[in-house]
Design a protein around this ligand. Structure first.
Ligand SMILES: [Zn+2]
Length: 333
């Protein structure tokens, strides 16, 4: 299943960029029950290293949570096109494809120009060797850990957009399935880090990663409504019209709230109690999603949710990293 997910991720990247994925890749799997995956430069290209437990724990999570009210409509039935029998497998496939996509984005976005050492995604284990990013951190005067978090956020953003590309921006069911499948992996990683006592070492918090995903979802919906105007130097979006109150309500009720509810169900199953507390009452989150898109001031004080605040801190630093490292700023868009 991991091989299929990697193949699907490579195919989607190739389709999006209109050219074959330009790096040699090999997949190396280890028989180990822990969820863990990483990508590392090799002599010729890159290798993705992955434990067999990655696939198993994602499939098990889906089997466990599907007995609860996750990905169900008001009528209690699974949202189309999920079929009861093969739903855990189908959803695990989407989750794994996103995970592989995230790894591939580190390669495609040139992160290994900044991080020489092995890049880890997933969990802490004796195999983890977080890289310090000391030079760039010294240059920017920040905690090296935050540079790592920014690169993770970039890979999350780009991988999320590609996985969501498979769905039309107005197909709320398809978007919901994909967004929740992504969050299932993020939450499993969060729980693993919590158990290992390594929260925040390699990744932004699950709430910040959730916020990145939701802000991206909202931006897609806005873009779908607008016209993309591009010339040689810029690609910018001109919104044809501002959504009406009714359209916004339909969007938040039809997509954001169901996704939040599904994430609460999964977080509950994983006993991520702090996270559930943050998600209950979605007013701050919804305001923040709006602020991320329209706000003039993206400083931390403008945001009310925990995820939004962390995102706003990272987005400022991320811009500095982009400039200092010469990464193309379009990579984040
Ligand atoms: Zn990563």
């Amino acid at each position: 299943m991991i091989e299929d997910a990697l193949d699907a991720a490579i195919a989607e990247i190739a389709q999006a960029s209109n050219e074959p994925f330009p790096f040699e890749l090999q997949l190396i799997t280890y028989t180990d029950p822990e969820l863990w995956a990483m990508v590392r430069p090799e002599e010729n290209g890159y290798a993705i290293h992955c434990n067999t437990g990655t696939e198993q724990s994602i499939q098990k999570l889906w089997s466990d949570v599907l007995i609860h009210d996750v990905l169900k409509g008001a009528d209690g039935a699974y949202v189309a096109p999920l079929q009861v029998d093969d739903a855990p497998k189908t959803l695990a496939q989407v989750s794994l494809t996103w995970l592989m996509m995230h790894e591939l984005m580190h390669i495609a976005m040139g992160h290994f120009d900044l991080i020489v050492e092995a890049e880890i995604v997933g969990l802490s284990s004796s195999r983890s060797t977080p890289s310090p990013h000391t030079d760039l951190a010294a240059q920017l005067g920040c905690d090296p850990v935050l540079i790592r978090h920014c690169l993770e956020m970039q890979a999350d953003w780009q991988a999320g957009q590609l996985v969501l590309d498979a769905a039309k921006a107005n197909n709320f069911t398809a978007l919901r399935i994909r967004a929740v499948s992504i969050m299932a992996v993020v939450l499993l990683i969060e729980r693993g880090n919590m158990q290992a006592g390594t929260l925040g070492r390699d990744h932004p918090s699950a709430m910040a990663r959730f916020f990145t995903l939701m802000a991206g979802l909202f931006q897609r919906w806005m873009y779908e409504r607008g016209n993309i105007k591009s010339d040689a130097e810029t690609a910018r979006v001109e919104l044809s019209e501002t959504p009406t109150e009714e359209e916004l309500k339909a969007y938040f009720d039809g997509l954001v709230r169901p996704v939040v509810n599904d994430v609460i169900v999964i977080a509950t199953a994983l006993e991520l109690t702090d996270l559930i507390a943050d998600l209950r009452g979605d007013a701050a989150l919804i305001r923040d999603i709006f602020t991320a898109q329209y706000g003039e001031d993206l400083s931390e004080d403008s945001f009310g949710s925990k995820g939004g605040k962390e995102w706003s801190r990272l987005i400022v630093l991320n811009e500095q990293i982009m400039q200092a490292s010469g990464m193309r700023s379009e990579d984040q868009d």
